[in-house]
Design a protein around this ligand. Sequence first.
Ligand code: MG
Length: 382
Amino acid sequence: MTALAAYACLPEQSRGRRHAEAPPQASARSVRNPHQRDRDRIVHATAFRRLVYKTQVFLNHEGDLFRTRMTHSLEVAQLSRSIARALGLNEDLVEAIALAHDLGHTPFGHAGQDALNACMAEHGGFEHNLQSLRVVDELEERYPAFNGLNLSFETREGILKHCSRRNAELLIQQEPGGVAQRFLQGTQPSLEAQLCNLADAIAYNAHDIDDGVRSGLLSLEQLQAVPLFARFYDETLAEFPDLQGRRVLFECIRRMLSEQVDDVIAATRDALDRVRPMHVDDVRRSPPLVCFSPSMQAESQALQLFLSRNLYRHPQVLQTTDGARNVVQALFDVYVDRPEEMPPAYAKRPDRHRSVADYLSGMTDRFASREHTRLKLGSETN
Ligand code: MG
C-alpha cells in the first residue's frame, strides 16, 4: 500500500474496539493491521454471505445476472479502493466499510425495508444503516467472549452513515462519545467513510442502468435524455461507428464510471487543498470534503432522478416489490403472534418486536419466500 496522507485514518491511531481483545502476536501484527482484520471479519460473517441472495433492485430470483447486494458491495469496494489509493486514504478501511455497508438490508430491497419500517412504526422503527451496525455490533455470533464482530471505531463510524436523532441518542447511552455522537454534533465522519458513501451512489447509478437495460425496462433511446450518459454514448459511437448491442452499453458505462472517479479525485483534492486537514480529527470538524465538482454533482443528480422515475417506479418493478412488501408484513405478524415459529434464540428474547425485526431483516429473499410458503400465508401477490 502506498503511504497514507496525514488526513487519512491511520491504522496505528485507531480509536480501537469496544471489547478488549488480547493483542495479536507481534508476528501477526506485521501481517494485518486493525482495518485489515475488520475487513476479514466482515468477509467471514454470516450476514455477508447472505448478501448473495438479497435483492438490490431486481428480485433475486428474477434473473441470474442482475446485481445482488453482494455484487453491489463488491463494486462499491472496487470504486472506493481506486479513489482511496489516488487520494492517499486507507484502502483497507474503505474496503471494510464498503463490504459492510449493506449488511443490515432486509430481503427484497427497499420494498422490504419500507414494509419492515412500517411494521416497526410503534416499536422504534427500522433503519437499514442502523441495522448494519447492529449486525456487526450485536447479531453476528462468532466469538466466545462478546456479541458481534467487535470492529474498530473507524469501520463502525463508516457503517453508520445515517442515523435519526432519536436513535443517535439511544446509541450514545450505550456508547458515550461513540459512533453516533456526530449526528448530535453535526460533524463529519472520516474521509474514508465519506468516500464509501459517494462510491455507493456512483456504483448503483451505473449498475442500475446496466440492469435496467438488461431487463428491458430501460432503453438506450430513453437514456439519451440523461446528459451524463448521452455524452459518452455519442463519444462511443463516434469512435466505434459499427459497435452494436451490449458492447455499446458497457463502453458508455465504463467511460461514465471513469469520468466520475476522476471527477471525485480532482474535486476532493481541491477541497483538501482549501481546508488542509492535518489529521482525521480536522476532517471530522470540517465540512464534507469528498465530493463531485458542481457540474458532475448536477449530472449525477439528473441520472438519479431519471432512474427513480423510469426504473425504480416502473410498473413492473412496483408490482414485484408490492408482492415482497406483503411477504414481509405477513411474516412479521405471524412471528409476533407465534414467536415459536422463529429459532429459539429469537423466540425467547423479551423484546419481541425488535427480535422479529432482527430475524426478518437477516433473511435472504428466498428464505423469506420459503417461510411465507411454510407458514401457509397465501399468495405473495395478495
Ligand atoms: Mg449500497
